[in-house]
Structure formats: C-alpha cells, structure tokens
Design a protein around this ligand. Structure first.
Ligand code: GLN
Length: 479
C-alpha cells in the first residue's frame, strides 16, 4: 500500500484507478495515523469515522464497477470547523457553538460529497476564524507539525496542520485576511485564497462577508488546482458567487509556452524593514527560479499598502460584530440561567465568546457607532478603494505579483499572544489581497534551509490559472 506521506490528490487518484490500494484502506490508515499523531498536534476537533468509512466504501464500489469517478473520488479530506457539513458539529472554534450540529450542507461540502470525497472530520481554528496562530481556539491549541514548540499559523490551523502531517490528503480552510496562506507558509503546504466570488460562501460561518473566501490547502500546487476546480462556480444560494467561464485547460494543464508570456511584478512595498532577512533571501531565490523559467520580472509600486492593516482592522470588525449578533445562546450554543432577556444575552455571550471575538465586537460597534462612522468606517471604505486601485494600476503593467507571505517564519507558541497588535502584523502581506478581492497562492519555498517559508503569487480577478500555472512550473523545477 502507498505510504500516506507520498499521497497527493493526483497520486491517490492514479493509485485508486490502478487498484494499488482501496479508498477504504487509505481512509483507515489515515484514521490510525490521526490516532497516533493528533493527541500531540491537535488538528482535529471532531472525527466523522462511520460516515467516512461509508463514503470510502462507496468509492471502492464505483471503482470495482468501473463507474465514472471524479478526481476527488475516495480522497480523504478535512474541513475547517466553520464550514457546515450536515449532521456534523460546526463549532467555529467557539464555546458558544460547542453543542451545535449543522442542519444542512455548505455548498462546498455538497460539492465534495457529490464528487465522492471522503470527509474525515472537522478541524481546529482560531475562534470564528479570528487569529494568526491557532492559539485563539476556544477548545485547544494546534501545534506546528514541523516544530511542536511553534504555532502552525491561523486561523485555518487544524486544516493546515492535518495536511502538513499527512492526517488528510487535502483540506479546506477559509481566508479573510490570510488564514489559508499564512498557515500554509508556516507549515510548508500550498494554500489558495480564490478570487472573491469564485467559491460559494453558503454554509460558511461568516467572519467578514466582504472578505471571506473558502479555499484549498494541499501538498502540491497541482492538487490545489484540482480541488479548486471541484468547489468553484456559481451558486444560487450565494448572491456574491460569480458565473465565470474558467478554461479547464489553463487551470488543470497549463502550458509552459503560455506561462512564459506572463510578466511578474515585485512590489517595493513588500520588501520592507521588519521582513526577516532569511525570509527575504528565500523569496529572492524563488524570484530567480521564476526568471529561469523564462518569465520577465519587473519592479512595481503598490503605494497604499501601508494603510491596508488599519483599513482591514476597521472593516473586518465592523462586519464581524454584525455577523456575530446572531449568537445569543438561545437558538444554539450554551444557554445560561438568567432573570431577564437582556441578562440572558449578556450571560450567554459573556461565557460563550473568548477574548478575541469580544475585542472585535467592541471595535466593530465602535467604528459603526453614529459619532464615529464617518471618521472610521466610511474612511476605511475609501482607503479600500485606493488599495484596490493600486492593484488595478499594477495589473496594467504585469500579470502576476510575487511577494513574501509573512514577515517571519513560524513563531513560538505564546510569543505573540499577549500582544494583539504584534499578532495582527503577521498578516501584513496577505490582507491587501482580501481587500481587493483578488486570488493569491501561498507556495512553500523548495530546498530552503530551516523552517518552512512561503512565497505568494497574486493574480488578476478570476485568473487563478496564472498563479497556479506558475506555481506548477516552479514545483517542477525541483521534482
Ligand atoms: N489573522 C487575520 C485575522 O485575525 C485573518 C483571519 C482570517 O483570514 N480568517 O483577522
């Protein structure tokens, strides 16, 4: 049987078709591995064993009968616990949803099920996807499988750690300001934040609705392309989902002759003081590798980058505070004894939410309050337009933008948790992409020294094919 460490979506699919192994064997082996490893790493919040075994058996029956299969048939996949799967817990990493079971499928879970994927379980996250380290979950800390004293990044901590440690072949996360790309960089896996609107958000427990996107975490760029292709597309249940005609050829079988024609922009504003020297050197090496593929590299400017973090920390809490209003402990969550209705809300929310959601609810209500709305919220919306315009201007000159993903490598557990501002800085290179609604890919630097480092490729809206294409040829340089 294949070794779990060697399995990618692509190799699993080929092995399954050749009957080198069955989906059931791999699913069982994965659960055995989870049992061995996860008490130490803490990637999963809940497992879905009975149902997963049935899904794996169904996949094997299809193979045995030579029925039509998809590239995801039988693939063991993990889902972040803010993505609903009917009948399974969905806590969003918060005590306020401790006993909640999803009553319907998110569109992405439905698409995965229809494609025949095996859903292994639900993974840990920073509470309501608020965080950059995996330390903000209401239940437990997730550790970085590459160094157990370090954080895996966040907020899609569990999904990323599961893939990095082979406790799933692939996973889904969500990215509002970097929560797929930043942990991917810290754990050495690939993470794609798709264009806003390309993947349905129906059934995703919202953090900030104008920024959130669901996307894949995988071991290779090719896998990210395969998984993205299965979950993307128009959905009547999400009015912001877009009907885009992606070229499957470009997405799944990129040609070097086309990729070579792409121009790469390197923004001055991303190579700043505070960027770790080692990270910077690794990213420079990648730029040279990309050059060696025959692509033209050009320096560009994104002048409003320095306002992105402030702008995000006004817009995101504003949206989060209203999205979190529904969690009152009455319809779901833990209900406490109280005298009056107001008292009931207070007690439930006081006990249910951790420090970070409380901080953001306060911040969000403040920036939306009548006396401050214009000074903060309206201003931030204007700044968001300027950031978006920077990218529009840059994309007149280049096709793809290459940057670091994070200013540093994975930091130690506890190192930044006492200082929220310091923590917020770890998303400085990922946040502008969400504000502008663009697609971006985090790829581990190959043949690096030390802990994983990622580089980021940012593309034009709905041009995932460009960044995934370059990423695939970069990976081939090291195969
Ligand atoms: N770390 C960022 C935050 O805490 C991003 C979160 C995310 O992308 N979900 O807001």
């Amino acid at each position: 049987m294949a070794h779990l460490h060697d399995l990618t979506i692509k190799k699993f699919h080929e092995g399954l078709l050749k009957k080198d192994f069955s989906a059931l064997e791999i699913t069982q082996a994965t659960y055995d591995w989870i049992e061995k490893r996860d008490s130490e790493i803490g990637a999963y919040l809940s497992l879905n064993k009975d149902f997963a075994i049935k899904q794996a058996e169904a996949a094997d029956i299809k193979i045995a009968k030579n029925e039509k299969v998809t590239k995801l048939t039988g693939i063991p996949i993990a889902l972040k616990d803010n993505i609903l799967v009917e009948g399974l817990p969905a806590t969003a990493g918060s005590k306020i949803l401790k006993d909640y079971t999803a009553s319907y499928d998110s569109t992405v879970s439905k698409r995965l099920k229809d494609a025949g994927a095996v859903i292994l379980g639900k993974t840990n996250l920073d509470e309501f996807a608020m965080g950059s380290s995996g330390e903000n979950s209401g239940f437990k800390i997730t550790k970085n499988p590459k160094d157990l004293e370090r954080v895996p990044g966040g907020s899609s901590s569990g999904s990323t750690a599961a893939v990095a440690d082979h406790m799933a072949v692939a996973a889904l996360g969500s990215d509002t300001g970097g929560s797929i790309r930043q942990p991917a960089a810290f754990c050495g896996v690939v993470g794609l934040k798709p264009t806003y609107g390309s993947v349905s958000r129906h059934g995703l427990i919202a953090l900030a609705s104008s920024l959130d996107q669901i996307g894949p975490l995988t071991k290779t760029v090719e896998d990210a392309a395969i998984l993205f292709n299965e979950i993307r597309g128009k959905d009547d249940l999400d009015a912001t989902s877009a009907d885009v005609d992606y070229s499957l050829e470009d997405l799944l079988n990129p040609k070097l002759e086309n990729i070579k024609k792409l121009k790469i922009g390197i923004p001055e504003e991303y190579f700043i003081e505070g960027l770790d020297k080692g990270v910077s050197a690794e990213v420079e090496r990648v730029i040279n590798d990309i050059k060696s593929l025959g692509l033209e590299i050009k320096k560009i400017r994104l002048p409003h980058t320095k306002y992105a973090l402030s702008c995000y920390y006004i817009i995101m809490p504003a949206e989060a505070s209203s999205n979190l209003e529904r969690f009152d402990g009455i319809r779901y969550g833990t209900r406490h004894k109280a005298g009056s209705l107001l008292d009931l809300y207070r007690k439930n929310r006081e006990a249910g939410f951790g420090a970070e959601p409380k901080r953001r609810i306060l911040l969000g209500n403040f920036v939306l309050s009548s006396g401050y709305y214009d000074a903060y919220y309206s201003k931030a919306q204007k700044v968001r337009q300027l950031i978006k315009r920077d990218f529009d201007e840059a994309f007149k000159e280049v096709d793809v933008i290459a940057t670091p993903v994070t200013p540093t490598r994975a930091f130690k557990i506890g190192e930044k948790s006492a200082d929220p501002l310091e923590m917020y800085l770890s998303d400085i290179f990922t946040i502008p992409v969400n504000l502008a609604g663009l697609p971006a890919l985090s790829i581990p630097v190959k043949k690096r020294t030390g802990l994983p480092v990622g580089f980021q490729l940012i593309g034009r809206r709905f041009r995932e094919a460009d960044i995934l294409g370059i990423g695939q040829f970069y990976e081939k340089l090291y195969n």
